[in-house]
Write a protein that binds this ligand. Structure first.
Ligand code: SF4
Length: 117
């Protein structure tokens, strides 16, 4: 499948994060608070009925944030284990990715669009 249409992977209307505080999923805070927010986001994912589809989608297309109950680093590890490669326009080193705030904001906007569907 060479699409990145999220609805091909899971029913977004069933997402537990729909309408919730999306900034938890994209923490950009000092390390301690960052970890706390990531854990809160992952807790929400544990109760989500579309977690498998969300993880599948995010392994293929989403380098940033918490998706499918996994952090950015956990997903990167899974990608390596499963030999999944992100599309070229989604790849960057973690350092570069964190400094690209425009990209981060765009992801948040995308997430808000998902929440408002
Ligand atoms: S598994 Fe995906 S859709 Fe469900 S709460 Fe987590 S990030 Fe949202």
């Amino acid at each position: 499948m060479d699409t990145q249409d999220i609805s091909d992977f899971f029913d977004t209307s069933k997402a537990s994060c729909k309408g919730k505080d999306i900034t938890l999923f994209y923490p950009n805070l000092p390390a301690g608070q960052h970890r706390k927010d990531v854990e809160l986001a992952k807790e929400m994912c544990k109760e989500c009925e579309v977690v498998e589809g969300c993880l599948d989608y995010s392994l293929r297309y989403e380098p940033l944030g918490v998706w499918g109950g996994k952090s950015e680093i956990e997903r990167e590890i899974l990608r390596r284990q499963q030999k999944i490669t992100l599309p070229l326009d989604r790849r960057a080193s973690p350092t570069v990715r964190r400094s690209v705030n425009a990209g981060r904001v765009q992801r948040i906007i995308n997430r808000l669009d998902l929440a408002n569907e």
